[in-house]
Design a protein around this ligand. Sequence first.
Ligand code: C2E
Ligand code: CA
Ligand code: CA
Ligand code: CA
Length: 279
Amino acid sequence: AKDMGRNTFQFYQPEMNTSVGTRLNLERRLRRALRDGEFLLHYQPQVDIGTGKIVGMEALVRWHDPEVGLVPPSAFIPVAEESGLIGPLSEWVLREACRQNKAWQDEGLPAARVSVNLSARQFQQRDIAKHVMSILEETGLQPQYLELELTESAIMRNAEEAVTMLSELHALGIGLAIDDFGTGYSSLSYLKRFPVDRLKIDRSFVSDIGASSDDETITSAIIALGHSLHLQVIAEGVETAAQLEFLRERACNEMQGYFFARPMPHEAIPALLKSTPTR
Ligand code: C2E
Ligand code: CA
Ligand code: CA
Ligand code: CA
């Protein structure tokens, strides 16, 4: 990460605490995982607060390490980013998410978009839009069913270039969401220029609705800001009925969180889509 410069120190910090030996070992195991197909996706529903229907789902990667079991992304994404494995891993995630979504539609299940997380590293790749387009073509998924989630910090790292890259992505007809919104430092003038569709309120605010009036104020402000810019707003990390009620009263569009459903294996999704049709 040395060549990445001082400004990325914070981002890579978790790995700096890991010894070089451990990291190389993890890197080797990740390479094997990619080769042997040890990654899988879990999906977490995104629900329209007004209708209660599932309108989307976020694809969340897991690693099934034969030695230790299911490994969460926080334990391997940073190393994947540092080692360059994030490229092939992200490509697998994107292709698998699109392929699975198309397969569900082909089975006659109610259509719901799939949201895929794009790492900061991926977003620095100049030809990302071409890449996304070729995966859409290959899988046959219509672009309106794909959404990419980009963190506020990834976008703001190079805001001027982000305007161009977001425009290229948006021109494909896919959706764009700003993830972890409120934790970074988006300037309002940039926000207006980013061709995004959705703000995703960070869990750190949502989880303290009912406990912190500051976080309630921030949540309300983000919803109002989003709506004034004609953006949809989704809240992540919704765990209680009281939090949902707070969001509903402020006309937040969508919610995602344990209160509705945890991330789940793909096998569980068809039944859920059938029980709460999207139309
Ligand atoms: P994220 O994008 O903010 O994803 C949401 C995380 O919050 C997920 O953790 C999800 O399981 C968790 N979550 C959802 N609802 C609740 C809730 O009600 N309460 C609480 N306490 N947590 C909730 P997960 O799956 O461990 O993912 C962690 C992070 O790893 C993600 O944060 C994302 O930044 C990253 N990640 C996951 N999949 C991918 C991927 O395919 N590519 C990249 N680049 N990053 C990924
Ligand atoms: Ca996300
Ligand atoms: Ca998030
Ligand atoms: Ca908080």
